[in-house]
Design a protein around this ligand. Sequence first.
Ligand SMILES: *Cc1c(COP(=O)(O)O)cnc(C)c1O
Length: 964
Amino acid sequence: MKINLSNAVKFESRHNGPTEAEIAEMLEKIGATSLEELINQTVPESIQSERPLDLPKAKLESEFLADFKKLASKNKVFKSFIGMGYYDTIVPGVILRNVLENPGWYTAYTPYQAEIAQGRLEALINFQTVVMELTGMELANASLLDEGTAAAEAMTMLHAVKPRVKKTANKFFVDEKTFAQTKAVLETRAEPVGIDLVFGSIDDLDLTDPTLYGVMFQYPDADGAVRDYSSIVAAAKENNVMTAFASDLLALTLLTPPGEMGADVVIGSSQRFGVPMGYGGPHAGFFATKEDYKRQIPGRIIGVSVDKAGNKAYRMALQTREQHIKREKATSNICTAQVLLSVMASFYAVYHGPQGLKNIALRTHGLAKLTAQALAKVGLEIGSQTFFDTIQVKMNEVAMERVRGLALGSKMNFRYEEGSVFISFDETKTLEDVKKIVSIFATEEGKHTLNLDELVETLELELPEGLARTSDYLTHPVFNSYHAEHEMLRYIKRLENKDLSLVHSMISLGSCTMKLNATAEMIPVTWPEFGQIHPFAPMDQALGYQELFTNLRTWLTEITGFADTSLQPNSGAQGEYAGLMVIRAFHQNNGEGHRNVALIPTSAHGTNPASAVMAGMKVVLVKCDEKGNIDIEDLREKAQAHSQDLSCLMVTYPSTHGVFEVGIQEICQIIHDNGGQVYMDGANMNAQVGLTSPGRIGADVCHLNLHKTFCIPHGGGGPGMGPICVAAHLAPFLPGNPIVKTGGTKAVSSVSAAPYGSASILPISYAYIAMMGGDGLTNATKMAILNANYIKERLEGHYPILYTGTKGRAAHEMIVDCRGFKEAGVEVEDIAKRLMDYGFHAPTVSFPVAGTLMIEPTESETKAELDKFCDALVSIRAEIKEIEEGKADKENNVLKNAPHTSQMVLVGEWDLPYSREKAVYPLEYVKENKFWPSVRRIDSAFGDRNLMCSCIPVDAYASEEEMA
Ligand SMILES: *Cc1c(COP(=O)(O)O)cnc(C)c1O
């Protein structure tokens, strides 16, 4: 047998599901003679790319990892004392390996299908409980993107809920001692919506100002000082002024929680609860408020409800209030959040428990206090004497530079600001570190270093009256039972096993692109060279990251056919916002700041109008025809009518209906002719990469959902990344950062707290592109289109398929119409739940058309998996027919009773009018890989009526059950 030495397995053949033989079979089935023919029938010729992608040659997995390790080693891991909301932390091994590095957790989707998501829903309830109890508030959401955007959400939510007497008040006061990156995000978000943002000293705060509606403090503040705000909050209340606190969960284990001071909102980051700094993210921002504002709170809230058997079950609460669903009436656009990171933070709290957390806080505080005392003895002036983890050492410029040099020599990073060095401690720091620090400062002062023993002996927690926390927290058994690793391991696994993720079967969510998250792509994420870098570390310690950013920006720019890329936005929706702010700045720079109309097709994703409103734009809806295509005449009319004030069009391509609209270039032309810019929502880029591009179709800017098209896993509802790519004329306006120079020459202010968003997950998309190469990526797109058209072919005749292109082809996804089954009493939801019995997660339900399913298989699924999925849907269609023909009862049938749990079929008598086999093993393949939903159909309305968003005591629950 001949041996081919260069025949190693290409990564592409692992990422793309179908084999050569399967491709041939599938093409035959759909009636295309070749892949090229299929693509030509799908993608309009006029927009097809003129040349192949210009990207580096594809690497093998092993080759990539070896090369990437070299790049990573250009990052230098120094000890970080920089603080500012980012602290080093110890990720407990049991959480690192079994959550962060575990596809059972990271490949899950947002828990819309609650019956197969009870594990992460419970973890999120735990997270909410941690946030509520530590902040002392009544309600918390399940995460926001970061601390900066959480602060902005507080500012806008308080604006929306301010008391009547403050109806016209527009001023929001923020303590100047708030983290610089938070202030920058607040500035960005305040201006377009007309909020008058004022930074100042609390001592100058005039609460009687009739134009003032809200104030925000950082507690502890940016200088590390801890102040008692209770009298200010009381005075604010008297004056109908709302109060928000930016705070720190670890500090709140020792300090009086803002809730007890009367705060209306408390926000912050949960990063230091066991989530690596990762050069800025991803981390879970948190948001806590009062019960009164439950309908205005941004992001998702998880609540407790009951299933059909009356058992406790979790699900996303108040789903119809989800901010972006309010479209142009929304005040927030949050969609993808930071679920995986809030899950990690919640497990960290479960593992350590209240006493463990308190011990970590005490040790952290103790090291800070010891350092402050020692440095005072050396003769240095310390700032505030009341602090938690951060001390301020006042010194002149010259002395500061000497300290900087000595610290760098000891591989330590402090924070240097005018006249002060700041030193922040965390759980990773030790007495040895304090000794080094004291010796550095002593050397600088020309003194002998101190013996710390005596100070260590007398170290005590002393907080002024009113600031020392007296209330209990985390008393629920979940925070007091799993402190032994074996118990913790089993708890994590128990929750994981309740959730269906990509480790079980394909998740064909239309628009969400649940493709392979390859292990080789994920491995570098937990390398310390990426994890342990502070976002504001000196640039020469982050050269590996910088090289990664430069290459990735070049590649994404090439893929989108544009001129530049910003890696800052933390999600697709945030990319939309960033892109619109860039467009706005472009118009302003041209002296056309009055251009503020955003045209948005009625079929657009809800985040589009929400983002437009946040960017200060007026939304004008454009009609779509019965096929979901933009009504070009209506567009032309509206563009012309608004030619004086048109800002932009927001368009998804291929359309949200899964079709490459032929008129796209004309559409872009109409907008440009009327002085507008074209924003392309990049959620459907998986149908474009290598075949066409946003630049090619005539758009000016787009976002990419790296967690859809570029392989970052969905994490159960985040993290994500939503970089924006722009044409040359928009590049000068790409967003900046107050601390690290990023963005264009006329950069708009920050959209995220960190300069490069969630930097530590960028290696995933980098790895994907590096291992696929240009041809591999293009083949993936072709395969995604082939897989979608194969499903379409298999389902046609069983279900009506809505909206295909002019040549009868779907793009990368398709809409299956289920509205016709209403007569038989079958809703699309019943089909979604019945799919669980077949081991599948439902496709996207009721978006963009109510009563339909939108299926997107992606390129990563094999023909075998596609066939199983189609078999399931075909079989469900037969089950519907039984109802239609009266062979099955209209109420008591396999669809209405779905999903079926193991308890249902094993415990007690079986009295349903169909067999148990039919209930749980409806097809032969199910027997090999049965996934058991852990609860029965959940009653969402019940949960919304009795909103309960934290772990609740077992006995309190019993009474709720009786009510059901
Ligand atoms: C996913 C999606 C978005 C929102 O992106 P996030 O990353 O979840 O914020 C916007 N538009 C469309 C069409 C989408 O599918």
